[in-house]
Write a new protein. Structure first.
Ligand code: HEC
Length: 268
């Protein structure tokens, strides 16, 4: 039997000890506040921080003013050092004089906007035919190491295109697809820009609820080339490998609007 648990007197004393310690804490706190706070209700820490902020802002303003040119006084006769307040005049005049920058980085274009549409319809400056011309000649066997790498990369595609490229409810087949064995530029561009809308694969029309999102931007040229080489030489497909240089040449496609079948080069 523990006396502290069961003796009501000891428990009562412990209770008052607790009250006493807490009260003492508050008394000390009040004394500290009275002594340190000066009693006028201002927080000395806040005051110190405020003075510091003021100093920094003054320093910044005078440093900026020192960088401004000496300017002519209003009477035109002498030049005087610009004042901090002149910074605002200076920046304001710069802003007023500035012209909107031409936005030609496609990554900045809002999907579905008029700019995006214009961009989609603009003739491309990329010569896709030249990229296709880089494709190794028919019958060139893919490098087994590249095939291994591509097989690993195919794990992502598998979710939509099936374990054996057979297709499914969310993606068309890659097995015996005319696109897969067709022009390499199409395949690379699909990776960089995604693909949407109805698509006919080897004579059969598909219309999927969701488009294929662009997924090449985050992968290296080698990885994209490897996965494409892999699908071109798996599931019964056979076509020359895709080269990293071809992927590199089409990196500029990233950020352009999603492709539709009409944007692709015809694939026999
Ligand atoms: C989130 C699902 C999804 C993933 C992941 C995906 N695709 Fe697709 N893919 C689609 C859809 C949907 C289409 C058809 C797009 C359309 O509506 O026009 C398509 C079309 C294609 C086509 C052209 C049509 C065909 O069947 O030949 C190719 C080639 C292709 N994908 C390759 C790939 C490769 C390679 C990967 C992996 C790097 C991949 N896709 C990952 C959904 C996906």
């Amino acid at each position: 039997m523990e006396p502290t648990r069961d003796n009501p007197l000891i428990r009562f004393a412990a209770f008052w000890w607790g009250i006493g310690v807490i009260s003492l804490f508050f008394v000390v706190l009040i004394i500290v506040r009275l002594v340190a706070g000066g009693g006028d209700g201002e927080d000395p820490l806040e005051e110190a921080a405020r003075l510091n902020r003021l100093k920094i802002s003054n320093d910044v303003e005078s440093a900026q003013a020192a960088n401004l040119e000496w300017k002519k006084a209003d009477d035109g006769a002498e030049t005087v050092q610009a004042k901090p307040s002149d910074i605002y005049d200076f920046i304001g005049s710069q802003l007023l004089a500035s012209q909107p920058t031409k936005v030609d980085d496609p990554a900045q274009v809002i999907p579905g906007s008029a700019a995006a549409e214009a961009l989609a319809n603009a003739p491309s400056d990329t010569d896709y035919g030249a990229v296709d011309a880089m494709t190794p000649e028919a019958g060139t066997a893919p490098d087994p190491a590249v095939m291994e790498k591509g097989k690993a990369g195919y794990m992502i595609c598998m979710a939509c295109h099936g374990m054996n490229g057979e297709g499914g409810p969310v993606g068309p087949p890659l097995a015996n697809s005319n696109w897969v064995t067709g022009p390499v530029s199409n395949l690379i561009r699909i990776q960089m820009r995604g693909l949407t809308g109805p698509i006919t694969v080897s004579g059969k029309e598909y219309n999927f609820p969701a488009p294929m999102a662009p997924m090449g931007a985050a992968s290296s040229d080698e990885d994209v080339a490897a996965v494409l080489t892999y699908v071109r030489n798996s599931f019964g497909n056979s076509a020359p490998p895709v080269l990293p240089e071809q992927v590199k040449a089409l990196r500029s496609e990233i950020g352009k609007p999603m492709l539709t079948e009409a944007d692709l080069l015809p694939a026999p």
